[in-house]
Structures are given as C-alpha cells and as structure tokens.
Design a protein around this ligand. Structure first.
Ligand SMILES: Nc1nc2c(ncn2[C@@H]2O[C@H](COP(=O)(O)OP(=O)(O)O)[C@@H](O)[C@H]2O)c(=O)[nH]1
Ligand SMILES: [Mg+2]
Length: 284
C-alpha cells in the first residue's frame, strides 16, 4: 500500500523556524540518548528545542544529557536543555513538568515522544506540516489508522494487549481517536493550556489516554497520521505489568474526574485521519 504521506516532508523555510519544543522523558536511556538527540537536532528545524526530563537515572542519562546540551549549545545557542528531577516519578508527571516548562519558555508547539526510537524523529517535520497547514490542535502519530503499522517483531500477545487496551478505553470513554495510548504527539500550545496541565494526574500509559480523552471532551481538532512503530532499539521498557494493570481501572477514575469538563462553545471534536492526506504531508 502506498504511504499516504512521506516521513521526510520538506517544509517551507519559514515553517522550519516555528518555535517548537520536543519533550523527551528519560529513565535509563543512556544508550539511546546521544543518537536520538542528534537525530532530532539534525532535522534542520531552526526553531526546534530539545528538552530532556530525567529522573536521576541510575545509568547516568542525566549527566550525559548535560554533556550533550553543552555540546549543542556552543556559540551561545539554546538548542537543548535538561530538567533534572530527584527520582523516578513516572511518565505522566515527567511530561507535565516538561510541557509546563516548554510553555513557560514560549514554545508555540510541543512534541512528546520516547527516547528509544520507537517514534522516528523523521515524522516530526511531517507532523509540523500537518498542524501548520490545517490549524489542528493536536497531531497524533498513530499505529491504528490506514498506513500505520507495528513492529513486525511484536508477539501476538503484545499486539493483543495493545489492541485490547485501545478497545477497552475507547469503548468505556466513548471516544473515537484510534490510537488511544499513542505516545507520539504534536501539540499546539494553546491546546495544552486549555487542557490545564495541573489537572492531569495520570502516570504511565493512562497519561496518554487521559490527554486523548480531554482532547475529545474539549472539542479539539485532532489529526491522526500513520506511523510505523518500531520496537525500542536498545534497553528495556520501563512500563511493567503493574503499570499496565493500573491503567485499566484508572480509565474509570478519569472518566469520573473529568465528567464536568465541557466543550467551550465548540461542537464535537473533529477527528481526521490519513485518507485526506497527500504526499507532501499537507491536507487536500
Ligand atoms: N523521566 C521519566 N521518564 C520515564 C519514566 N518511565 C518511563 N520513562 C521514559 O518514557 C519513555 C517511554 O517509556 P518506555 O519504556 O519506552 O515505554 P514503552 O514504549 O511503552 O515500552 C522512555 O523515553 C522512558 O525512558 C519515568 O518514571 N520518568
Ligand atoms: Mg518506548
């Protein structure tokens, strides 16, 4: 099947200057950090800043991030920064801290992604092209829209778990986003402000579900673009079985907690997926 858009999207030069902060939470990612930082900062997006949120990783990821930042920030540039937290506080609170800092520093757009190359940096220009050309509130790198795919190495059991988690949370929350647990997203800053990061309590996978749910509750314009999701290149997943199980009952809890959040003067969320995308990442 033909890819509905090219990951190596070329953007007009003024779009490349868009103030955009990529937030990556890390816990024991020393083996991935240099590679992912170089790939992201090498995309040729002059407005892009990289923010690492490290939880005092025992493998020294935090120190390595400082060293990389010193290298990338030579000549008075501010391309990379590091937020150090004192201990493993979970993915959700790491994102809330990192996104809050990005907003405070004036980012117009914020990308969230893993450090482990599951989310290929090559999609970032395409996601930026889509959000700028459509005015969407959020672009989701989705495994479950036409053209999206999962690592061939995933066992049937992992596929089943991911499929089931999606079906369960979509049905229970009554929402239409296809990839509810997607961790690769590009946010318009105004959308994060409207969500109110201080209202987010979830950690683990449920953080992604909570954010997706609020996007629909608040009537956002959501675009899912297809990605190929690679298994992490090096190291182990930090998401263990208890985190996964906790997510299941937390879906109920977040449905209750956000029951009064309204769409402010908007009709239903508009959810668009790839069938309207053309080769260069722009919408028809
Ligand atoms: N700062 C911080 N990062 C975390 C924590 N847990 C996971 N991460 C990072 O969050 C990202 C997603 O975790 P990962 O293990 O790849 O989850 P998976 O892709 O679902 O297997 C990776 O970059 C991890 O290093 C945490 O407690 N604190
Ligand atoms: Mg990962």
């Amino acid at each position: 099947m033909q890819q509905p858009f090219s990951p190596q999207t070329r953007l007009p030069s003024e779009w490349r200057q868009t103030p955009l902060t990529v937030v990556i939470p890390t816990y024991n990612e020393a083996e991935n950090l240099a590679g992912i930082s170089e790939a992201i900062l090498g995309l040729g997006l002059s407005g892009l800043r990289l923010l690492i949120v490290d939880d005092n990783s025992p493998d020294g990821t935090g120190q390595m991030a400082d060293d990389l930042a010193a290298r990338f920030n030579r000549n008075g540039q501010a391309r990379m920064s590091v937020l150090h937290r004192t201990g493993k506080g979970g993915l959700g609170t790491a994102y809330v801290a990192g996104m809050s800092q990005a907003l405070a520093e004036g980012a117009e757009f914020v990308v969230q992604m893993d450090a482990d190359f599951s989310h290929s940096p090559e999609y970032i220009p395409a996601m930026l092209g889509v959000i700028l050309s459509t005015g969407a509130d959020v672009v989701i790198g989705s495994r479950y829209v036409p053209g999206g795919s999962l690592d061939e190495g995933w066992s049937w059991w992992r596929r089943f778990l991911s499929w089931w988690a999606n079906l369960y949370s979509r049905t229970l929350l009554g929402i239409r986003v296809r990839d509810m647990t997607a961790g690769f997203k590009l946010w318009r800053s105004s959308a994060l402000q409207e969500i109110g990061l201080k209202n987010i309590r979830s950690n683990g996978y449920i953080f992604q579900v909570e954010m997706a749910y609020l996007c629909e509750r608040l009537g956002f314009r959501i675009i899912e673009i297809p990605i190929h999701f690679e298994d992490r290149r090096i190291g182990q997943s930090k998401m263990d079985i208890p985190v996964k199980l906790e997510s299941a009952w937390r879906v109920w809890e977040l449905a209750w907690r956000h029951r009064k959040r309204e769409r402010v003067g908007r009709t239903n969320a508009q959810i668009v997926s790839t069938d309207v995308l053309v080769d260069d990442g722009m919408l028809r």
